[in-house]
Write a protein that binds this ligand. Structure first.
Ligand code: GKR
Ligand code: MG
Length: 446
């Protein structure tokens, strides 16, 4: 307890609201995004009447841990952020939820019990930061030591995509967004011309000046052609390609050789540290990862083998904002660059990503964000990209406000029995709706 102020900073209530958020048919090597994706919105209410918000994964495995965790938080200090991890260690993880294999839903490396716990704790850690900041009248970046930049740069996250979800779902295509909304009017992108057209929309709407293409969808030659088309359309701008470990080391080296003159980095070309190390040894193109370095335990081997040159941090699964800063310090120590990974997320997470990114020195690569793909949010005001950047707010806490009506509507969808199957993200299952014969591809796929 922290003396006199502690009474008002005690957590009195924690609210968990699972939601289903519209998502367009974005393709990746596992399959395709579902029409709706689960997220969990966390609210931490202090005795002083301050509410902090956080956001994390919303699939059942996360909810099952978040519920007992929320109960244990009541009565604790909102500023006891380190205590969250001690509390998390006490949570029993259902062994059926983790099998130490690659996380099929999120394509973010191996899913261990610890990673599942940290992915839950991070949502609460962000909510506590928000509450603490509001209570103290300080922005979250100030709680993290202060911003070193006034705006955080993001890259355009390009996806091969269908125009619409399969009609066989039988639902209106909310994910397409109403005219004028974010996510609207993107259409299909299944070849180099489609990818370039999508990139142009991203620059027109948000001003992005670097581009990442989600690969591992089509044979590598087609994806090489798409990157070449982007290089022709946007000469000199940074380009990245991320097949989520779908290639063999030989294919990875071939792609690196063919695109070496235009790539800022190649992201997870091959799966796992040994394969990445082999690729890294054979090319001058830097390798980035959000798959082989996803926990602190994975760092020593990867850094010793020089398997990666850029670690893509993600506060959701590294355990929150402070742990992200710890990761940044380790990367600096070993001369490895840091940038930021993204998975489908809403504005609360974008705000959290922006606050922590604002505090990390030497961020040389634009961060990833799926946010432009989300036509729905739970905030009164969407966050904006101007010139591809999000301005770092000095408003106390995260600087965002929940829109209760929107939150209730997205929660009502989660409660609706018709959408029950959407409560788990499963890109391969979503692909089977269009192609019943689809099997999760064996790796390496090419
Ligand atoms: O949204 O399809 C997707 C991505 O493939 C996502 O699941 C990955 O985690 O964006 C991520 C990545 O960079 O690998
Ligand atoms: Mg990636």
């Amino acid at each position: 307890m922290y003396g006199q102020r502690s009474g008002s900073l005690v957590i009195e209530d924690v609210r968990l609201t699972p939601v289903l958020v519209a998502d367009p048919p974005l393709l990746n090597t596992q399959g395709v995004h579902q029409p709706y994706t689960p997220r969990l919105i966390i609210e931490v209410v202090t005795a002083g009447g301050v509410t902090g918000v956080g956001e994390t994964y919303g699939d059942t495995g996360y909810l099952d841990l978040a519920r007992p965790f929320a109960e244990r938080l009541v009565g604790r200090e909102v500023g006891d952020l380190n205590g969250l991890f001690t509390l998390a260690d006490e949570l029993a993880v259902d062994a059926a939820r983790v099998d130490d294999s690659v996380d099929v839903g999120g394509l973010r490396g191996v899913l261990t019990a610890d990673k599942l716990r940290l992915s839950v704790v991070s949502g609460f850690e962000v909510a506590c930061h928000d509450a603490l900041g509001k209570a103290l009248g300080l922005p979250v970046h100030a709680l993290l030591g202060g911003k070193v930049r006034d705006a955080v740069e993001y890259s355009a996250y390009l996806f091969y995509k269908w125009a619409d979800h399969p009609a066989s779902y039988g639902w209106a295509d909310h994910a397409a967004g109403a005219a004028g909304e974010p996510g609207a009017g993107w259409g299909a992108a299944l070849d180099p011309a489609g990818v370039v057209a999508q990139a142009r929309l991203f620059t027109e709407r948000y001003g992005f000046t670097s581009f990442k293409l989600k690969g591992g969808v089509f044979p590598p030659d087609e994806e090489i052609a798409a990157i070449r088309a982007l290089a022709d359309a946007f000469p000199g701008l940074p380009l990245r390609l991320d097949p989520n470990g779908a290639w063999s080391t030989a294919t990875s080296l071939k792609v690196a050789a063919e695109l070496g003159d235009v790539l800022e980095y190649l992201e997870d070309p091959a799966l796992g540290t040994p394969a990445m190390a082999e690729v890294a040894a054979g090319t001058r193109v830097p390798l980035a990862t959000n798959m082989c370095v996803t926990t602190f335990e994975e760092i020593p081997e990867a850094f010793a083998k020089k398997a990666v040159q850029v670690v893509l941090c993600d506060h959701h699964y590294w355990g929150g904002l402070w742990r992200t800063r710890e990761l940044a310090a380790l990367c600096r120590t070993f001369g490895v660059d840091l940038s930021m990974h993204s998975n489908t997320h809403l504005g609360i997470s974008l705000a959290a990503m922006t606050h922590v990114a604002a505090t990390v020195p030497g961020l040389r690569h634009a961060c990833d964000s799926h946010y432009p793909w989300q036509s729905e949010d739970v905030l009164t005001e969407r966050l904006r990209f101007d010139g591809g950047r999000v301005t770092v707010t000095d408003t106390p806490g995260l600087g965002v406000e929940l829109d209760r009506e929107r939150l209730a509507a997205l929660h009502a969808r989660w409660l609706d029995a018709e959408f029950r199957a959407m409560r788990e993200r499963d890109d391969a299952a979503a692909m089977r709706v269009a192609d019943p014969a689809w099997e999760t591809p064996a790796v390496p796929r090419w």
